[in-house]
Structures are given as structure tokens and as C-alpha cells.
Design a protein around this ligand. Structure first.
Ligand code: SIN
Length: 281
């Protein structure tokens, strides 16, 4: 880790040169001062994934921290669970048929306006070790494409379908009110705050590219998904300790939970924050 200079009210140590940083000097059980909040916000925009260790918070404190960034999101699969609709439980045991997020994805891109960020608070880590999460930098994923490929992708739109992970992957049933969300987003979007270009397709939700033959769409998406899955330089790795909270910018990252710890348990709770605008080129 390397110390990042320029912060007065928090400590910031980077995990890699471009993605991931640990923040210290912050107690998330207490309201952050305006100065601390704006430095945390800046560190989150700069590093895309920020990690807070040794935090002791309850659900209300977790949600209160989330609300500093916007209104809270209710997950489309939440109708299946009891409990607070704004808190998504991430629980894996020896009896689990799957573990949430065990594949590269950006959260809930099937929504018209996907969450701008998610905060996962892990309180139980596997006794065996393991259970890390990988995060990938989608600014860098875009930058590493050739100019020719960037030219091909400009102007293309992809469909993001909630049925893909939730029905096909997790075998869940849609809410009674209708099907899981399905929406279209440009393949290359601009981050609404930094203005930087982002490669915005993910193997979790993106079903196909509009206006192309099926084989053309499949060839391009497979190539892009491969680029993400086979480029370790895009990533940082969060090794969870109990009582770690990680907050990622969902507009410019993907993540992959690693289920390498069966039959051990892992438990956490996630709060996501509603986005403010549709992803746009
Ligand atoms: C998720 O996709 O939000 C779950 C990530 C994790 O459990 O590490």
C-alpha cells in the first residue's frame, strides 16, 4: 500500500496504482463532519473502491452512511427476503446453491438508473480464509482498447436483462408485479461526475447488443467479457476482515465475489445508493 497525499481529515492508502484505497481515521458509527465527508467522497471518486476497516455499525448506521450519498436503493430480488428492504443480505453457507456476485458484474445494470454505488459490510469471514472480492476498473478497461475497437463500440447500445442473473443464474422468481427490469444502455458511457469514458457491459446482466446479428453481438460481447476476465491489471483485491465496509463506485467498476471457501460461511449486508441519471455516452 502507498500513502496518498493531499487529505487532511482522513488517511488514504492505495491498494494499486489506479483502483482501491483503504481509508482510516473514520468512525462510520458516527456522522461524518462535512470536511471528512467531502474527503471520503473525493477519495471514492479517485480510487473507485474504498475500504474501511474495523467498523462497528448497526443497520441504521450503515444506512445513514449510505444516505449521505443519496437515497437508498431497493434490490429487485428483495421481494424474496424478509427484513429491511434497503438492506441486501449476502449470506453463504455450506447449503447455499450459489453465492451472490460470483461472476464479473456491475450491480443491477438492468435498472433504468442503476445504483451509483454499493456499500458492503462483511461481519463474518470464512474460517478457512478466502472469500475475497475482486474489483475491476472500467475506465482502464476502456483505455486499453485499440482506437479501432473504440470506434466500433461508439454508438452501440446493449440490453441489460435482470432475468439473466436472477432467473437463469439464481433460479429466483420475478416479483408478482411483473418481470425483472430490462433496460438499454450505451456500451461506452461517460461517468456523470468525472466525465471519463467507461466500458459499460458486464457478463452478469448484458444479454446482447442491439441492431447487430446474434453472432456479431455474441462475438463482440464475448471479446469484451474476456478482456475484463483475463486482464488482472484492471483489478484490485479486497481481503475482507470481519467488520470491513467496502464502498464502490458502481458507475465505473465491476466486481467478482470469489466462492473459494465452501463449506465455510461468509456473511455481510449491502446498502446501495440510487443513481441520479441514466448512463449516457
Ligand atoms: C455483490 O455482488 O455485491 C457481492 C460481493 C461480495 O459478496 O463480495
Amino acid at each position: 500500500m502507498a500513502v496518498v497525499e493531499g487529505f487532511q481529515t482522513i488517511g488514504v492508502d492505495s491498494l494499486t496504482p489506479h483502483i482501491g484505497a483503504e481509508i482510516d481515521g473514520v468512525d462510520l458509527s458516527q456522522p461524518l463532519s462535512n470536511e471528512q465527508f467531502s474527503e471520503v467522497y473525493q477519495a471514492w471518486l479517485d480510487w473507485k473502491v474504498v475500504v474501511f476497516r474495523d467498523q462497528h455499525i448497526n443497520q441504521e448506521q450503515h444506512k445513514a452512511f449510505g444516505r449521505r450519498f443519496g437515497s437508498l436503493h431497493v434490490h429487485p430480488m428483495q421481494h424474496q427476503y424478509k427484513g429491511d428492504p434497503e438492506v441486501l443480505r449476502v449470506k453463504t453457507t455450506k447449503d447455499s446453491a450459489y453465492t451472490a456476485g460470483n461472476g464479473w458484474h456491475t450491480d443491477v445494470t438492468c435498472d433504468e438508473i442503476p445504483p451509483l454505488g454499493s456499500m458492503l459490510y462483511i461481519t463474518e469471514t470464512p474460517e478457512s480464509g478466502g472469500g475475497d472480492t475482486l474489483y475491476a476498473d472500467m475506465y482502464l478497461a476502456y483505455e486499453l482498447l485499440s482506437d479501432k475497437m473504440k470506434g466500433i463500440l461508439e454508438g452501440l447500445t446493449a440490453v441489460h436483462d435482470g432475468a439473466l442473473p436472477y432467473v437463469t443464474g439464481y433460479k429466483s422468481t420475478p416479483p408478482e408485479s411483473g418481470a425483472y427490469p430490462r433496460n438499454e444502455h450505451p456500451i461506452v458511457v461517460s461517468h456523470p461526475e468525472t466525465g471519463k469514458k467507461v466500458l459499460y457491459v458486464n457478463s452478469g446482466f448484458t444479454s446482447h447488443i442491439k441492431d447487430l446479428a446474434g453472432w456479431e453481438s455474441k462475438a463482440i460481447l464475448d471479446a469484451l467479457f474476456n478482456h475484463i476476465a483475463t486482464s488482472p491489471r484492471l483489478t484490485c483485491r479486497v481481503d475482507w476482515q470481519p467488520n470491513t465496509l467496502t464502498f464502490w463506485d458502481n458507475r465505473c467498476t465491476q466486481h467478482h465475489a470469489i466462492w473459494d471457501y465452501w463449506p465455510n460461511n461468509r456473511y455481510g449486508e449491502r446498502v446501495s445508493i440510487l443513481g441520479n441519471e441514466r448512463p449516457a455516452a
